[in-house]
Ligand binder design. Structure first.
Ligand SMILES: C[S@@+](CC[C@H](N)C(=O)[O-])C[C@H]1O[C@@H](n2cnc3c(N)ncnc32)[C@H](O)[C@@H]1O
Length: 278
C-alpha cells in the first residue's frame, strides 16, 4: 500500500485481530460453537468507555423498557445491543458497517440466546433503509466519529424515530484545533471523519429536527480514564498477550497510546448528547 492510500476502517487497530474475542472466551473454557452467558462477553464486546455502565446509563436516560424498539448505530460486535436486550428485554436493531464485525455479532448473539431480541443488520448508516417512525430510541457509542456526513445521518435518524422518541450518543469531539501530526493520527489510527466541537455536534442535531438537545462534556472523565487505561494495558502486557496474542496486544496498545496523547494535547474530547424527536 502507498503512503498516500486513504486509511481503511478495517485496518484501524481496534478492528484487527478479531480472534481476540474467541481467545477470550476460550480462556473462560468456552469453545467456538458453545453457548455463552451474556455476562461472559462483557469484558470482550463493549468497545466504548465504561463498559456496560455506560449502556445502563443510556437505558435510564431514555426510559427504555421491555417493549422499546431500539436502533444501535455502529453496533460493533453487538455488545451494547445484547446488554440492552438481556437486561431490559427490549428489541434492538444492531446496524454495523463492517461485515467481519457483523458476522461475529450474529454468532455471539445466537450463542447468547438473544437472537429473538437482537436483529443484526450489516450496512452503512448513511444508506441502509430505515423504516420511518419505527424506533422508540436510537443509541450510538463511539461510532458516529467514523461517519463522514453527520447532518445526513441525523436527518435519517430523526425520521426513523417515532414522535417523542429519544436519541443518546456518546462520541469523541474536538476541543481545540489539532496539531498536524495529531490530525494525521486522528485520521489514520482513530479513523475520525467528523471530529468537531460539541456545539457543532449539537447544531447538527437541531438542524436535523431534534429538540431538547442536552450536551455533557465527558472530557474530564474520559481523558484521565484513557491515561489510566494505557498504563493498566502496559502493566498487563504479558497476561493479555498470553491469552489474546501479541498482535492483539500491540494493536490496542497503539490505539490506546494515540488516544491518550490526543487527549493530553487538549484537542480531543468526549461528549454525550441526548435529544428527542418532537
Ligand atoms: C468504536 S466501535 C463501537 C462499537 C459499539 N458501538 C460498542 O460500543 O461496542 C464503532 C463501530 O462503528 C462502526 N461504523 C463506522 N461507520 C459506520 C457506518 N457508516 N454505518 C454503520 N456502522 C459504522 C464501525 O465499523 C465500528 O464497529
Amino acid at each position: 500500500m502507498l503512503d498516500t492510500d486513504p486509511p481503511r476502517l478495517s485496518a484501524m487497530p481496534l478492528y484487527t485481530h478479531l480472534d481476540r474475542i474467541e481467545r477470550g472466551l476460550a480462556a473462560q473454557g468456552i469453545g467456538p460453537h458453545e453457548p455463552i452467558r451474556p455476562e461472559q462477553l462483557f469484558a470482550l464486546d463493549q468497545w466504548h468507555y465504561h463498559g456496560t455502565d455506560a449502556i445502563a446509563a443510556a437505558a435510564r436516560a431514555l426510559g427504555l423498557g421491555s417493549r422499546s424498539r431500539v436502533l444501535d448505530i455502529g453496533a460493533g460486535v453487538g455488545g451494547p445491543a445484547r446488554y440492552l436486550a438481556h437486561t431490559i428485554g427490549c428489541h434492538v436493531t444492531a446496524l454495523e458497517l463492517q461485515p467481519e464485525l457483523h458476522a461475529i455479532g450474529v454468532d455471539l448473539t445466537r450463542r447468547s440466546g438473544l437472537a429473538d431480541r437482537v436483529t443484526h443488520l450489516c450496512g452503512d448508516a448513511l444508506v441502509e433503509p430505515l423504516p420511518a417512525a419505527s424506533f422508540d430510541a436510537v443509541v450510538s457509542f463511539l461510532a458516529i466519529v467514523h461517519i463522514p456526513d453527520r447532518p445526513r445521518l441525523f436527518d435519517r435518524l430523526v425520521r426513523a424515530l417515532r414522535s417523542g422518541g429519544g436519541c443518546y450518543i456518546e462520541d469523541l469531539c474536538m476541543r481545540a484545533p489539532f496539531a498536524p501530526r495529531d490530525l494525521d493520527d486522528a485520521g489514520r489510527i482513530v479513523y475520525a471523519n467528523s471530529l468537531t466541537s460539541q456545539a457543532d455536534y449539537a447544531r447538527d442535531l437541531t438542524g436535523a429536527g431534534f429538540s431538547d438537545v442536552t450536551v455533557t462534556d465527558l472530557t474530564p472523565d474520559w481523558a484521565p480514564f484513557a491515561a489510566e487505561r494505557l498504563a493498566a494495558w502496559r502493566q498487563n502486557h504479558a497476561a493479555y498477550a498470553r491469552v489474546h496474542g501479541e498482535g492483539a496486544y500491540m494493536a490496542q496498545e497503539l490505539f490506546y497510546t494515540v488516544i491518550a496523547r490526543l487527549y493530553d494535547s487538549g484537542s480531543l474530547g468526549g461528549v454525550r448528547l441526548v435529544a428527542r424527536r418532537p
